[in-house]
Design a protein around this ligand. Structure first.
Ligand SMILES: [Zn+2]
Length: 135
């Protein structure tokens, strides 16, 4: 699963859990009002069940929010074959290892890609931030 799909799935689940939680709270308030107005022995049982359901959904919501989606950035190490001058750059489409990308800025020798790698730059855990970025 790609990072983008993972983020969309995470946000969908967070929204679903929040909607569930709101619905359960509304139903619980409804039963609370019923138990205040009339003597209904089932109202308190229902409220207890709804509190349990709300606790379970809150737990799932918290777990979903805590899911960290790692962000990666790709880098490449470019080195000069004559003087050894090295630089870290962002690769472009079509770049590969041992490709000569031009003259060395120091001596004018062959500037060759030595390695292409990716690094974890940060993890996203803030829900509001990731929600804003998908839109
Ligand atoms: Zn050089």
């Amino acid at each position: 699963m790609s990072v983008e799909k993972l983020r969309v799935a995470k946000n969908k689940w967070i929204i679903t859990y929040i909607v569930f939680l709101i619905v359960i709270i509304i139903i619980a308030i409804h039963f609370a009002i019923i138990s205040l107005v009339e003597e209904n022995p089932y109202a308190s049982t229902m409220i207890f069940m709804l509190i349990l359901a709300a606790a379970y959904i809150s737990y799932n919501l918290w777990k979903t929010i805590k899911v960290e989606i790692p962000l990666f950035k790709t880098f490449m190490l470019v080195k000069c074959s004559s003087c050894g001058y090295a630089e870290i750059m962002t690769p472009k489409k079509g770049d590969y290892v041992f490709k000569t990308i031009g003259p060395c800025p120091k001596c004018g020798g062959e500037f060759t890609i030595y390695s292409i790698y990716r690094e974890k730059i940060k993890t996203r855990s803030a829900f509001s931030l990731s929600l804003l970025k998908t839109k």
